[in-house]
Each structure stands twice: as C-alpha cells, then as structure tokens.
Design a protein around this ligand. Structure first.
Ligand code: GDD
Ligand code: MG
Length: 361
C-alpha cells in the first residue's frame, strides 16, 4: 500500500529548533521522528511513501540519500507554495489512482493500521479516519460519530469548552481516489476545514475508528518533551532508541559513553553514543544526544539535549530542550519549557524560563 506523509508544515510551535531542522526530522530519543514513523508504516505493509514536502525540502533528500528506509521506497513532491493539507495530498497523489493512506508528519503512535483499513473496507467508505481521545480537544479536529462509526461533524479547533466530544482526528486517514476529485489542483485547501466537512453533505461517505493506542502530536515544546518521557517509560515500545542497551533498570545507553564514577544517573535516562558526563553531573529523566558533554556539577532534569550540545559546569537544564551544538556556559540556568536553538550559547550565569533562543521572528 502507498502512503502520503505530510511533512510540509513550518513547525512554528517548535521554533527555533525547526528553523534548521524540519519537524519530522527532529530527533525523538535520538532517532529522527520520521524514521520512527516509516518503521511504523512498514509494519503495516506500506511499501511506498510519498513525502509531501515544502518547508526545508532538501533536508529530507539529504537525510535519506538512498530514497529508502526500513524497506519503504521514498518519493518526494515539493510544493513551491504551501498548498494546505488537502492541496498537498492532491498534489502528492497525482498519477496515483488507488486507495492511499495519509498521515500527518508529527504524530507518534502505535495505531493499528490493518484495523483501520479493514474497517474502511467493511464500511465501504470513501474516507475513514482514526480517532484518539484527549483531555483538551480544542487544539485538534474534533469528530463526533454515530454508533456505527459514521462521522457526524468535523470541527477543527473549536473554542475551549465548546468541543462536542473528546475524540479527535488522529491525523491518519484511508482515502479513496474519489475524495481528491473534489479538491481543486494546485490551490491551497485544508482537508480539515474544507474537504472533510464538505463530504458530510453526502451520508455514508466518511467513517471513523476510535483507538486507545498510544498517540501524541509532538508539535509543541511540552509535547516534544512528553514524547521523550513516554518513550523512555517504554510506552511506545522497547528499546526506546535504536541499539540502546539497558545498563541498569531504566538507564539506556547507545554505544560507548564516558560517565565519571561520581556522576549520578536517575532512570529513566538515555545516553547517546560518545557522550561525556563529568564528575558530579546529575542526569535524571532525560534524553542525552550523541557527542554531548555534561560538565562537572551540572544538572539535567526532565530535559532533552540534542546532538553535540554542551551543558557547562554547574549549569542547569530543567524541563527544557537544548538544540544541537548549543551550549550553556558555566552556571547558566535554563528552565520551564525553554527551547534553545541550534548552535546558540546561553552565557554564564543567565537565567532563562519559558524562553525561545533566539526569540521568534
Ligand atoms: N505538504 C504540506 N503542505 N504539509 C503541510 C501543510 C502544507 O501546506 N500544512 C501542514 N502540513 C503538515 C504538517 O507538516 C503536519 O505534518 C501536518 O500537515 C498537520 O499540520 P499541523 O500544523 O501539525 O496541524 P495541527 O497539529 O495543528 O492539526 C492537525 O493535526 C491534529 C492531530 O495532531 C489537524 O489534522 C487536526 O485535525 C488533528 O487533530
Ligand atoms: Mg500537528
């Protein structure tokens, strides 16, 4: 089966990390998110994926020079202007006249795709979408259904407190070619705001399957951190990262690392290959990228440190993300969902809380 993965968004809510890396290629527990998604698709017999790209498209080509991953053939369609979700799917599906699977490029999930396709077939639907349940649905597409699964309404991002149900669009669809016929070519169209709501004018076309499988949209700093917590807790599968070996309960290590005898590791922790922890360094509930250095007396708590970054001596990183090649100088404190962009330096003694470095815009 063929799948289209939408990877063209700018990932604005994850800036500044997404200034240099498109959201689908950001590492989650030391593995680019899209690799995890391709492995998931491969498990459900997807053998060809078309990446619907637009923002930083060359990054995908550079990351997958063989145009293949996990046995999945990769093709690219690059929009010159963002076409919106339906416009992008229509553009990517040009020349394909068969049933396709479509996925948002930022959803970490263990959803059962065989079950989704089987339901779609049995219902004789034109579109079948997966639903997941969340506590606060206002940031999503909210989808009330009848008892047989037929979709009654599709309400994208309703105001807080106005959502008719907690079941939301999980960003995974099975579509027949007929769905795309109504989408005008090369125009900006949203599948959530236009195509799906319009389909509901004709009963029997659109169904949904509720799932309690693991599901998370990684698109905000809080959710990006949560994805790491969940992976390290084993909620998405084991091991949490490729080639990771559990050296002590909940302490996962990839390759050779250099941990000083006086450094403290508190599970769950992931250490990437080649990282160095100096005397008195404390790492708790965190994911540490390859080639990272955590200085003497530094503390890294519930955080993500990306490749080759440096946490200087006596510095602290708490509930935050340190981008690749970034550095916190000695004694700097970075807390409360702060995101430090690639290569940025937090100067000695600074205190940052809920900040973006560099700032947006
Ligand atoms: N190619 C292309 N072109 N891709 C795009 C474009 C575009 O113009 N716009 C967005 N995308 C991609 C993004 O890269 C992302 O993978 C996906 O489409 C969804 O965009 P987001 O910006 O992440 O949307 P969202 O999270 O606010 O809402 C969507 O996902 C929710 C589930 O996570 C909607 O589909 C909601 O209905 C849904 O509940
Ligand atoms: Mg999203």
């Amino acid at each position: 089966m063929k799948a289209i993965v939408l990877v063209g968004g700018e990932g604005t809510r994850l800036r500044p990390l997404t200034y240099s890396t498109p959201k689908p290629l950001l590492p989650i527990a030391n593995q680019p998110f899209l690799e995890r998604q391709l492995e998931w698709l491969a498990r459900y017999d997807v053998d060809e994926v078309i990446l619907a790209a637009g923002y930083l498209p060359d990054a995908f080509d550079e990351h997958f020079p063989e145009h293949e991953y996990a046995g999945v053939q990769l093709r690219y369609r690059v929009e010159s202007e963002p076409l919106g979700t339906a416009g992008a799917i229509r553009f990517a599906a040009e020349g394909i006249d068969e049933r396709i699977l479509v996925c948002n490029g930022d959803v970490l999930t263990t959803l059962d795709l065989h079950e989704l396709v089987a339901f779609h077939e049995k219902a004789g639907a034109d579109a079948t979408i997966a639903l997941t349940r969340v506590e606060e649905p206002s940031a999503f597409g909210v989808v009330p259904t009848r008892s047989d699964g037929e979709v009654m309404a599709f309400v994208e991002k309703p105001p807080r407190g106005k959502a008719p149900t907690n079941w939301i669009n999980a960003g995974t669809y099975v579509l027949e070619p007929s769905v795309l016929e109504s989408v005008p070519p090369r125009l900006q169209v949203s599948i959530e705001r236009t195509t799906f709501p319009k389909m509901l004018d004709h009963p029997g076309r659109m169904y949904a399957v509720k799932s309690d499988a693991y599901w998370l949209d990684i698109g905000t700093p809080g959710k990006y951190l949560e994805a790491h917590t969940d992976l390290l807790a084993g909620k998405v599968g084991s091991p949490p990262a490729p080639g990771a070996v559990e050296q002590a309960p909940g302490v996962w290590v990839q390759g050779e690392v250099d941990v000083h005898a006086d450094a403290q590791l508190s599970a769950p922790v992931l250490l990437g290959a080649g990282c160095v922890l100096d005397a008195g360094a404390v790492v708790r509930g965190s994911s540490i990228g390859p080639g990272v250095r955590i200085g003497a007396g530094a503390k890294v708590l519930r955080s993500v440190v990306l490749d080759r970054a440096v946490v200087g001596p006596d510095a602290q990183l708490v509930d935050s993300v340190l981008g690749p090649d970034a550095r916190i100088e000695p004694g700097g404190v970075v807390t409360n969902e702060t995101v430090i962009g690639a290569g940025c330096v937090v100067t000695a003694g600074s205190l940052l809380s809920n900040a973006r470095v560099p700032a947006d815009g």
